[in-house]
Ligand binder design. Structure first.
Ligand code: ZN
Ligand code: ZN
Length: 263
């Protein structure tokens, strides 16, 4: 059995807990050490028992607490070399034995989890998402993605549960107060997925067998949880898929723990 819980998910900080009975990992830690510790305890996990932190990319909302956690709990940090190069200075000192790297999209194992990174289109050095396999079950974390691409769908296919980015409502972004270059960045092919994009991706995933989708990485300025949920729900319903009956659809709130997916 695997569990997935977003301790935090959103533009203000991301930390996603994935565990089996034997292995506990965090994907990113873009929140303070203290917030991460409190959140982990709320999720029933002693921070001491973490096995590793996996990094998707070097943006601050994904790495702010990584150095602190690694030093405090002697925690190995996994990232690819380009991401290491881009984030190393911001992390502070990491013990050499905790500086772990992987190559491209090669799989590696942590305890009873097989982890496969996949490339995503985002404005960072070498950003990735992750799929996690254990006991025949598959989960995926797919946020900070500019565009829905073939490779993304190939990687996510067959997932039982997915944390899927639903960053912004296109109209809210258009009408909102962000300066034009930032708007262009967010909606560009190396930016973030909109609610409509998340709906399209969710439809594909459910048709391929995914039964649990958590919408995440919402922008507090350009989205809100009910709007993200409703937009994706409408797209699914138009495709004949009924959330609640055919699958579970949740939204990770930006400022508290998400529901827990158990698969
Ligand atoms: Zn990012
Ligand atoms: Zn982000």
């Amino acid at each position: 059995m695997m569990k997935l819980c977003a301790i935090r998910s959103g533009s203000r900080g991301n930390a996603v807990l994935a565990c089996t009975s034997r292995t506990r990992i965090l994907i990113d830690c873009g929140i303070s050490g203290r917030l991460a510790e409190t959140g982990l305890r709320q999720a029933g996990v002693d921070p001491e028992s973490l096995d590793a932190v996996l990094i998707t990319h070097e943006h601050r909302d994904h790495i702010a607490g990584v150095g602190i956690l690694s030093r405090r709990y002697h925690l190995p940090v996994y990232a690819n070399e380009k991401t290491w190069a881009a984030m190393e200075q911001s992390l502070g000192k990491i013990a050499p034995e905790n500086r772990r790297s992987f190559v491209h999209t090669d799989s590696f194992s942590l305890g009873d989890m097989d982890i496969t990174p996949f490339s995503i289109s985002h404005d960072a050095a070498d950003p990735v998402g992750y799929t996690l396999l254990s006991g025949g079950k598959k989960m995926a974390v797919a946020t900070d993605i500019g565009i829905l691409e073939e490779e993304l769908f190939r990687s996510l296919k067959g997932s039982d549960a997915v944390l899927l980015e639903s960053n912004h409502d296109k109209n809210m972004l258009e009408m909102g107060s962000y300066p034009w270059p930032l708007k262009q960045r967010i909606r560009g092919s190396q930016g973030h997925l909109s609610n409509d994009d998340a709906g399209k991706a969710a439809e594909f995933l459910v048709k391929m067998g995914t039964r649990r989708i958590m919408l995440g990485h919402l922008s507090p300025e350009n989205n809100y949880p009910r709007l993200a949920f409703q937009t994706v729900m409408n797209i699914l319903q138009n495709a004949g898929i009924m959330p609640g009956r055919d699958m579970e659809l949740f939204v990770a709130p930006g400022d508290s723990l998400s529901p827990v997916f158990e698969i």
